[in-house]
Design a binder for this molecule. Structure first.
Ligand code: DX5
Ligand code: ZN
Length: 230
């Protein structure tokens, strides 16, 4: 089976003083999505960027912006991100009072919707919402910081979610992306793909490997090469 594979550089590890150039450079190098990490110093112990920065980045690239909300509460901020040009919005079920309602709210705002599962979050949060999901994002680190090591148990979890998605599609359901976030590197991305992921967030691996000319063609080519897509 051939699966479309997507690379989503996380701008958490980009140079925030030159974000426009950074997102243009990863798009030019062939990135498929811009992964946009939103942290509130409440749901996670770190504070990052919000809708105003999303709106500022939006005109610099054509590729979709993949907003990963690590905030609680969730609902209030969704229309702001839709307005700011987000294309996908994912959130953590532990941070939402009414998961089904929040998933509907994201789609009603014109974006694709997804749930994010922390390393210890059980898969049963997916049980009754498969038809409301466009993406499942599995965390392979605990959320809050870039540059952490991949948690190995995420591979078995990926295989389990892949089986659920394949069963859902076989039963007539719409496709659902399976995204992985945390500690993705050139040396483990092939094993992560083999476990079933189709969309790969990479923060420090990409933005820590700038080419001498300031671009990111080298690291994107190495990631795609490891995926067998050189
Ligand atoms: C962590 C964020 C990640 C982070 C990944 O909470 O959700 O998207 O940027 O960074 P790396 O790829 O360095 O693990
Ligand atoms: Zn993320």
């Amino acid at each position: 089976m051939t699966r479309t594979l997507r690379i989503a550089p996380s701008i958490l590890s980009a140079d925030f003083s030159r974000l426009g150039e950074e997102v243009r450079a990863v798009e030019a190098a062939g990135a498929d999505l811009i992964h946009f990490d939103v942290m509130d110093n409440h749901y996670v112990p770190n504070l990052t960027i919000g809708p105003m920065v999303c709106a500022a980045v939006r005109p610099h690239v054509k590729i979709p912006i993949d907003v990963h909300l690590m905030v609680a509460p969730v609902d209030r901020i969704i229309p702001d991100f839709a307005e700011a040009g987000a294309n996908l919005i994912t959130f953590h079920p532990e941070a939402a009072a009414h998961v089904d309602r929040t998933l509907q709210l994201i789609r009603d705002s014109g974006c694709r919707a997804g749930l994010v599962l922390n390393p210890a979050t059980p898969l049963n949060v997916l049980d009754h919402v498969m038809d409301r999901l466009d993406v499942v994002l599995l965390m392979s680190v605990n959320p809050g910081f870039g540059g952490q090591s991949f948690i190995g148990s995420a591979l078995a979890k990926l295989r389990a979610v892949r089986a659920r998605i394949d069963a859902h599609v076989a039963a007539g359901g719409a496709p659902i992306w399976l995204e992985i976030d945390g500690g993705v590197k050139v040396d483990n991305i092939a094993a992560i793909a083999a476990a079933g992921a189709d969309t790969f967030v990479a923060g420090s691996a990409v933005f820590g490997a700038r080419d001498p000319d300031g671009g990111y063609h080298g690291i994107l080519a190495r990631l795609r090469g490891a995926l067998g897509e050189a």
